[in-house]
Design a protein around this ligand. Structure first.
Ligand code: ATP
Ligand code: MG
Length: 579
């Protein structure tokens, strides 16, 4: 069966783009999943044309790269330009000091204590971009040294999130893989006097740290050795002893006032169970792991700034190699806290039920809302590496997404708070509506329009007698009567209007009365107002849609005309991606 012309064009465009990205060779599997992704309506029938798609991809792979570029420019003008722009965006990433081609190693070190969010995407993409820029390596390292907070579910969620984003690590490991090694380094530090075991109560530690004064435990190395053995043989319980770095209790930088390097935590670790009790803190594990993993350029957000001195002091004292440290600003949006610390309580308290709730900034929520990974990457690249603490407008992320989904989203009709419209004297006609204004490959649909419709409550509310209004892609009507009751419009009666489509005319979407399905759209709003949870953060728009909409599978992207881009979420439900 030969490919339909629109599918052939889609396959060629996707194959050319993919080939140009991969040294002239498109990957067949990637093309198939992209075809299925952009044409949800084809999923069922795609199997039948796999041989034809294969032949088309092979033909493209047989072409030299230059010819592929020329052909792409011919069949999909502008695509190459978009590629170039992405490269320009990468110039927001200044060269790394001391970087040697082929030898740069970066790492993304999430703690598996929650679902990954768009801030993690920023960090991971920066780590990956630099690794690629220098033909180096990206390590994904689960920073899992707190058995009280970490769960297997979160390791998986992080891995899936990165995979969806298209971040490809060259290696994956866990900090907990190295517990024996970390213990050895910790013990060595105490044995050589670089650290000591402190058994003061937590409040005492905090209090003396604030005053810049040492405690008794700091003075006596012999006691420390004895206590060290007892920390490891199980004599101390949780919070009864910590290993502290011997810094300077009077240092201006409070991070240097003998911070904790190890503490006792009694919990069930997702990888190690309960057999480890002495756990390193972030301040110890991060530098030691970075150094041992061969990381050349360690990147982290600016809030760790004060801890940089400690990071290097730990490595100095252990005689370990020091990576370069690069900082960038945290990503936050107005009204949307991008931090597990802020998201977690909402989940724990049952205010929000799922990690992919569309109001959250988690990657699974962005995905469910209809954001595409490519847009997130372009957005992150456009931010670049800066220390500026400005919150980028959420609209900027939306703009990147709109650019990607606008050409592939079907235009369909949804009317919110429907009101009946009766057009007197209308003939009954079968109309063919385009699914996309410019891309014919998205097809058409056929609707039978008599004289009865539903229109959106807002549109009906704005109508008055004598108005001439256009029903999009159908005909003009002249409003004769607007029936109101209980403070709302109950129905609108109209006659047929003229033939001219004037610029100034209101143009509205409509649904034929015999062609409706009940439909609902979830509209995510700001999660927080100031630092308070917004109880109206999820708005539900009730209405009806053309019956065609109920044939779409979850995951399909649509643009409801004059409403917004949406992703179909389940039966007769969609989520607003953005306007
Ligand atoms: P959270 O506040 O969400 O718990 P975290 O820093 O504790 O953040 P980790 O899982 O430890 O979360 O973070 C892994 C990496 O992701 C770190 O390098 C961190 O700097 C980075 N990161 C976390 N949140 C953001 C953010 N909002 N913007 C940019 N990078 C972030
Ligand atoms: Mg953390």
């Amino acid at each position: 069966m030969p490919l339909a012309p629109d599918i052939e064009k889609l396959v060629k465009t996707l194959a050319l783009k993919n080939a140009i990205e991969h040294q002239g060779k498109a990957q067949f599997d990637a093309i198939i999943s992209k075809v299925a992704g952009s044409r949800p309506d084809m999923r069922a029938s795609i199997k039948a044309v796999i041989p034809e798609i294969k032949t088309a991809v092979q033909a493209i792979n047989a072409m030299p790269l230059d010819a592929q570029k020329a052909m792409l420019e011919e069949i999909a003008p502008g695509e190459l330009e978009a590629k170039k722009q992405a490269t320009a965006e990468q110039q927001h990433f200044p060269p790394l000091e001391g970087a040697v081609m082929g030898q740069v190693v970066t790492r993304f070190p999430p703690e598996p204590n929650g679902y990954p969010h768009i801030g993690h995407a920023k960090a991971a993409i920066i780590d990956e971009e630099y690794a690629r820029m220098y033909n180096g390596k990206l390590i994904l390292r689960f920073d899992d040294t707190n058995p009280l907070k970490e769960k297997l579910e979160y390791y998986d969620a992080i891995r899936e999130g990165l995979e969806w984003l298209g971040v490809k690590q060259d290696m994956t490991k866990n900090t907990s893989d190295d517990m024996a090694l970390l213990h050895d380094y910790g013990k060595k530090l105490v044995q050589t006097g670089g650290a000591y075991v402190c058994t003061c109560r937590q409040e005492t530690v905090r209090d003396l740290r604030g005053k810049g004064l040492p405690c008794e435990c700091r003075r006596d190395p012999a006691t420390s050795l004895d206590r060290l053995a007892r920390m490891f043989d199980g004599s101390y319980g949780q919070n009864e002893a910590i290993i502290r770095f011997k810094g300077d209790m009077a240092d201006q930088n409070t991070a240097m006032r003998d911070p904790a390097l190890f503490r006792i935590l009694e919990g069930d670790h997702p990888k190690l169970g309960s057999r480890i009790r002495v756990w390193p803190t972030y301040d110890f594990a991060a530098p030691v792991e970075d150094s041992l993993d061969g990381v050349t350029h360690a990147m982290r957000t600016k809030e760790y700034e004060l801890r940089n001195a400690l990071y290097f002091a730990v490595l100095d004292r252990l005689g370990l190699r020091k990576p370069a440290m690069i900082e960038f600003s945290r990503l936050e949006f107005e009204g949307v806290p991008v931090s597990k610390r802020k998201i977690r309580p909402l989940i724990d308290d049952g205010i929000i039920k799922e990690w992919d709730d569309p109001r959250l900034p988690t990657l699974s929520a962005f995905r469910r809302r209809g954001f595409v990974p490519e847009a997130i990457r372009r957005f992150v690249l456009s931010l670049g590496i800066t220390l500026a603490e400005t919150k980028p407008p959420f609209e900027s992320l939306e703009a990147f997404n709109r650019k990607v989904i606008d050409p592939i989203s079907m235009r369909l009709f949804f009317v919110r708070d429907p009101v009946e419209l009766v057009v007197e004297g209308a003939d009954e006609r079968q109309v063919t509506l385009k699914n996309h204004p410019t891309d014919a490959s998205l097809g058409t649909r056929s609707v039978r329009a008599g004289g009865r419709f539903y229109i959106a409550g807002d549109d009906a509310g704005n109508m008055k007698e004598g108005d001439e209004v256009r029903l999009i892609e159908l005909y003009n009507i002249k409003v004769q009567r607007v029936e109101r009751g209980d403070g709302r419009v109950k129905s609108v009666h109209a006659s047929m209007g003229g033939a001219e489509i004037r610029q100034s005319m209101q143009k509205i979407q409509w649904i034929a009365k015999d062609d409706i399905v009940d439909f609902k759209v979830m509209i995510p709003k700001e999660l927080y107002i100031g630092d308070k949870y917004n109880t109206n953060s999820l708005e539900i728009a009730l209405g009806c849609a053309e019956s065609f909409v109920s044939t779409l599978k979850p995951d399909a992207r649509v643009q409801f005309v004059r409403f917004g881009f949406c992703r179909i979420d389940g039966s007769n439900t969609a989520i607003l991606t953005h306007r």
